[in-house]
Design a protein around this ligand. Structure first.
Ligand code: SF4
Length: 367
């Protein structure tokens, strides 16, 4: 339900935007956020306020990233949305790890598509210290870094602090570990590990000075208060990037029968997350297609980035369509994280033309 008028006890989104732009990054409280998410305020006014915050903090820069499935399928966890869980019959086969050469090729492809970072993703519960699998990924990160085409990010499940240190030493600059949904709904989606397990891994990464990429999936049956819980936890964890996914239901999974969210609700969620998380790079990943004709409005609603290229098990629209959309909107791609001299050096290499891009969200305190 959506009201044209704001209830008198609910702050105006533009008043929140004013405070955020004045430096008060936690201006939006959990109760108001929940009510915004529940549709107690006009969506277009939320979008207008979120757009002011996006432009004030990110200008016209958009972060582009890309992922590759470095090990597909056969995951022992039972995340109810996931085509790669071995608990569900989805037709996704369990494959071996990509070779290091394949990882480097994926990095080159991502760069050619305009992405500044490649995330190496594996369908695994996690990695034991000293395991061959961990060493394979450490060397994969090193290979991607040494090739110099893109940043090397990773999403590997649970990794100890010592394991994360090994990955960092090999050149990993950012670690992804999504919380998936709010604490109060997590048990409805996953039963083989806990929300606090995930928080512990994110804290390890933060403590090591890695950039952290932590988001969730909308449209799994959660309520507005669960979405607000997720946003507030992301703020408390002070993560750097927030991927927002919209459920693409996959036959065979526990959430196969979920209806896609409506486009305006999707934009409202993005706007609410922007007002709640003004510092974070909010990028839109899987499920963008549910927006239909409204896809370009993700930026007006506050998104500061998007994932390009195919997702793990589902295709995305063409990279050229995404790049054309950015050009028509007058937006520019930006590098994520601290600048790296070797990327500039690679720009001079004849084998790989690298665009020199401005820096988005560099955190000198973590350098
Ligand atoms: S841990 Fe990751 S790969 Fe495994 S089932 Fe959950 S979402 Fe899928």
């Amino acid at each position: 339900m959506q009201h044209e008028a704001r209830p008198l006890d609910l702050p105006a989104p533009h008043a929140i935007a004013d405070r955020v732009l004045a430096g008060e990054l936690d201006a939006l409280d959990a109760a108001s956020l929940t009510r915004y998410l529940a549709g107690e305020h006009d969506t277009w006014e939320l979008i207008a306020a979120a757009d002011r915050v996006r432009r004030g903090r990110f200008g016209n820069h958009v972060h582009l990233c890309s992922i590759v499935n470095a090990k597909q399928g056969g995951c022992p966890e039972d995340c109810g949305f996931c085509a790669q869980s071995k608990h569900f019959d989805t037709g996704v086969s369990a494959e071996k790890f990509l070779t290091h050469d394949q990882m480097v090729s994926a990095s080159l492809r991502a760069q050619a598509q305009g992405a500044s970072a490649l995330g190496l993703v594996t369908a695994t519960r996690g990695y034991e210290d000293g395991s061959r699998a961990l060493e394979h990924m450490v060397e994969g990160i090193r290979a991607v870094r040494e090739a110099g085409f893109t940043e090397a990010h990773a999403s590997l499940g649970f990794v100890s602090k010592a394991g994360l240190q090994r990955l960092k030493d090999a050149g990993m600059t950012e670690f992804n570990h999504n919380l998936e949904t709010g604490r109060g709904y997590f048990g409805e989606v996953v039963t083989t590990h806990s929300y606090d397990d995930r928080i512990a891994t994110i804290r390890h990464a933060r403590e090591l000075g890695l950039r952290t990429c932590v988001g969730g999936i909308m449209g799994m049956g959660e309520r507005p208060e669960h979405r607000a819980e997720l946003a507030m936890d992301l703020r408390a964890l002070d993560v750097d990037e927030v991927p927002i996914n919209f459920l693409v239901s996959v036959d065979g999974t526990r959430l196969a029968r979920s209806e896609p969210l409506q486009p305006l609700e999707m934009l409202r969620i993005i706007a609410c997350f922007r007002l709640a998380l003004p510092r974070q790079n909010i990028f839109i990943a899987a499920g963008r297609q549910h927006l239909g004709q409204l896809q370009p409005l993700i930026f007006s609603a506050g998104a500061s980035g998007m994932m390009i290229g195919d997702f793990l098990t589902t295709p995305n629209r063409s990279v050229q369509d995404d790049l054309d959309m950015l050009a028509q909107l007058g937006l520019e791609g930006s590098v994520c994280g601290a600048p790296r001299p070797e990327l500039a050096a690679a720009a001079a290499s004849p084998r790989a033309p690298v665009r020199r891009l401005p820096v988005l969200g560099a955190r000198p305190e973590l350098a």
